[in-house]
Every structure is written in C-alpha cells, then in structure tokens.
Design a protein around this ligand. Structure first.
Ligand code: GDP
Ligand code: IMO
Ligand code: MG
Length: 430
C-alpha cells in the first residue's frame, strides 16, 4: 500500500475514522498531524463502537504504532481520560504503541476558558467552536508563548513559560472584568499529569523515519475537513489549523514526498456543525430525513449537524486545492428511499454563475446552489459489500459524482461497520 493521507473534503464528520480503521490493516503506523480533541472519529467493529478524539484510529489494532504528531494541540487531561476510556473497552495502550511528539503544543485550562468566553462575546457572530480551547492553543503556539510536551521535563522552565503566557492572557481577562488565572493553578494542573504524559513523549519524527526506512507504510489521519481549513475554508467559520493533506508532512515531521496518495473522505450528502455558510443546506423535511437516517449528531459535542444535498462544486474545489487523488464516498446508504436526489453543480452569486466558492464572506453567504436532479432508488444499499449489489440509480449517482468532482471514487462505504466497505480502486499498489 502507498502512504495515504486521509482527510475530510467537506466540513468534517465524513467518516474519516471508519476509513482509517479499514486501511490501517495494511499500515504499520497511524499518525494524527493537526487539530485536537475537537475531532470525534467513530469506529464500529463487530458491533462495538469506539469514539476517538485525540488517539489515532489505528489504536484499535494490536501491533500498530499510533503517533500524535507535533502539529496536534493536546489537552493532557483529555488525552489521559480518553486513554482510560478505551482501556476500559479492552484496548491495550502503552508507551510502546502510543508516541506523543515531544514538540506538540499543549492545551491548558485557560485556553478553553478563553475559547468559551470569546464565543459568548461574539454573540450572533459566533463560530460555534467546540469550546475545547483549540484556537487559543494554536494562537499561543504561533505567538511563540505556547507550552509544549517537552516543557514538562523541567519544572523551572515550565514555571517561567507559564508566567510569560499568563502575562498575556491575564491582560485580556482583566480587560473583560473576568477573574485572572494564577500561575500556580496551571502549574498544579500540569504537575498532576506530567509523569503520565511524559511516559508517552517521544521523538515522533525519528520513529516515523525508522518505519519509512524499513519499507513499512504510514497512514496520516486528518481531522476536521477541507472547508474548516484556516486558509481554504469558509473563514472565519473555520478551525485554527490547516486541515489539508499539505499539512500532514509538517504536522508529523516527515517530508512532503512521503505522502503518496491523498484520500478525500466525502459524505454522499453534506453536513456541517457550528455556524457559517452552507449553500446546499436543507432546513426542511429533506434535511430532517438526512439527519435522522444518518444519525447526524456530533461525536464530540452531541450537537445536531446541519444537513443538505451533495455539493459537487465544493468537493471539486477540495480536490483541486487539496491535491486529492481519489475519494472514499461514505454514507451512500443514507440516501436509500429518496425519490430524487439533488447535486449542486455551480453557484449563482449576485446574478453571476460561479464554478467555485469565492473567498469573500459576503459572496459565500449569498451563494445560491444551482442543482442537477437525479433519480433516487428505493432498494437498500445498507451493508452492501460489492459494487454489483448496488441498484443502477446508485451506480449512476456515484459515476456522476466522479465526473463532477474530477476525481475517482476509490472506496465506497455503506454502513458504520468496518467490513461494509467496497474497494473500487486499488490504493494498495505502490
Ligand atoms: P469523522 O469525524 O470523519 O471520523 O466522522 P464521525 O465519526 O464524526 O461521523 C461519521 C458517522 O457516520 C459515524 O457515526 C460513523 O459510524 C458513521 N458512518 C461512517 N460511514 C458510514 C456509512 O457508510 N454509512 C452509515 N450509515 N454510517 C456511517
Ligand atoms: P472531525 O475530525 C466537524 C468545527 C466546529 C466549529 C469550527 C471551529 O470529527 O471531522 P474549533 O473547536 O475547532 O475551534 O471549532 O470547527 N469542528 C468540527 N466540525 N467535525 C470536526 O472534527 C470538527 N472540529 C471542529 O463545530 O464550527
Ligand atoms: Mg467527527
């Protein structure tokens, strides 16, 4: 198998966790390279469900190495809690099968406090963040005042860095009339988990280099989706990292030529959690039907996901700007039983036709979808494991999506279960 980067091509929750799990049978390592515990990746294996937020999805397979790369922002308390949860489900997690990059940045309690306070202050213009402190931790990283995993190795360094960081945050908190955060509070919080976190800390890039030299394969597991990317997404309604495959190398500590194949995980319709433009959103019976059949509730926050028709214009843009080699089309089964299906093929914005989503916030908000309508199918595709089992109308739908997005469908997914997956194109050839 090639080294594959698995990334979301819409607004997240496309089924990345399931597909990484499917592909991880052929890989030695699964590495997360951006985002944090804002992600929620669901795996269903023989009826058992695992919900992962920070742990790479390869963690469920014995003998595989899981790496949390330097590009991830890590809440140490959330990580330990997640490790405990999956241990209770019977998984074995130890420093031999989980490496946390020593240069990954940490999310501290002050980050989530400020994330939530800033969202409250935005009022109607809120982004709808997960409130996990993701954006604040990335801000501190880029401003060069962040705390990293390796800073836990020295109590003196840690105290000094916390003081500098809080000089900044307390100024803001004071300005808002909120309580200041004490250095001792953050220091004690970190000390309570420091030994456990350090036991997983390692030189991630070296481990990946060794694996690569040994000819073994690496899966890069993206979080969020293309249109939540801080550059390529529907800014400012985005997350605070680059979610495109281009971020995989920098966020894992490998060269860009290490990624051989970019697999864009793509839902057969569209969903979004949180605020922001969504041209094909269906605030009607269709949206309700998609949400109910697709169980569209957030894995991380439990929020109801907004639902709408497939937007080929959006996914084609992700294919081009994200370098997507092929897609995995997921949740095709959710479309069973519709009389007709709509696909957005372009937008009309202020009287003009656009074959892409422009960057302007105003234009994005005004984008009206131009649809093509296709016949639906009444047969069930749920659990289908062969292309030949799909009704003719479903095959036509898949083929038309390929044409519109200008990329092949490499995999098809027809249920949450690992094995209900159809391999269309052999990614496994080097
Ligand atoms: P991720 O964040 O991209 O990993 O996706 P999530 O796990 O947040 O959301 C995808 C949801 O769809 C999960 O509940 C999966 O179990 C489920 N799922 C994945 N693939 C399929 C599929 O082909 N059909 C159905 N019905 N559900 C799926
Ligand atoms: P996975 O990996 C869907 C959304 C939030 C919000 C915006 C910014 O499961 O696909 P943040 O907390 O990151 O600052 O929130 O991004 N968001 C996601 N939406 N799936 C995700 O992850 C998401 N991670 C963040 O809802 O709109
Ligand atoms: Mg998710």
């Amino acid at each position: 198998m090639a080294n594959v980067a698995v990334i979301g091509s819409q607004w997240g929750d496309e089924g990345k966790g399931k597909i990484v799990d499917v592909l991880s049978s052929e890989a030695e390592v699964v590495v997360r390279f951006q985002g944090g515990h804002n992600a929620g990746h669901t795996l269903v294996i023989d009826g058992v469900t695992y919900k992962l937020h920070l742990l790479p999805s390869g963690i469920v397979r014995p003998g595989k190495l899981s790496v949390i790369g330097n590009g991830v922002v890590v809440d140490p308390h959330a990580l330990l809690k997640e490790i405990n949860t999956v241990k209770e489900q019977g998984l074995d997690i130890n420093p031999d099968n989980l490496v946390l990059a020593e240069n990954a940045s940490l999310i501290l309690s002050v980050h989530s406090i400020m994330d939530q306070a800033m969202e409250a202050a935005r009022g109607k213009g809120k982004i709808g963040t997960t409130g996990r402190g993701i954006g604040l931790a990335y801000e501190d990283k880029v401003a060069r005042r962040g705390i990293r995993v390796c800073d836990l190795e020295s109590n003196d360094v840690l105290k000094e860095k916390l003081e500098k960081m809080l000089d900044h945050h307390n100024l803001l908190l004071k300005g808002w009339g909120a309580d200041e955060v004490k250095v001792e509070t953050l220091y004690d919080e970190l000390m309570s988990v420091s030994d456990q976190i350090l036991s997983y800390s390692g030189v991630a890039w070296k481990r990946l280099d060794e694996v690569h030299k040994a000819g073994k394969k690496i899966l890069f597991e993206g979080a969020q989706g293309h249109f939540l990317d801080v550059d390529h997404g529907t800014y400012p309604f985005v997350t605070s990292s680059n979610t495109v495959a281009g971020a995989a190398a920098a966020g894992a500590g490998v060269g860009p030529s290490m990624v051989d194949y970019v697999l864009g995980i793509t839902k057969a319709y569209t969903t979004r959690v949180g605020s922001g433009p969504f041209p094909t959103e269906q605030e009607n019976d269709v949206g309700e039907q998609l949400g109910t059949r697709g169980h569209e509730f957030g894995t991380t926050t439990g929020r109801k996901r907004r639902c709408g028709w497939f937007d080929a214009t959006l996914v084609r843009q992700a294919v081009k700007t994200g370098g997507i080699s092929g897609i995995a089309l997921t949740k095709l089964d959710v479309l069973d039983g519709f009389d007709e299906l709509k696909i957005c093929v372009a937008y009309e914005i202020d009287g003009e036709r656009y074959d892409y989503l422009p960057s302007s916030m105003i234009k994005q908000a005004n984008a009206k979808p131009i649809y093509e309508t296709m016949p639906g199918w009444q047969e069930t595709t749920y659990g289908a494991r062969s292309y030949g089992d799909l009704p003719a109308a479903a095959v036509k739908y898949v083929k038309h999506i390929e044409e519109l997005i200008e990329a092949p469908v490499a995999l098809l997914s027809t249920s949450p279960e690992r094995d209900d997956t159809i391999l269309m194109q052999d990614l496994f050839l080097d």
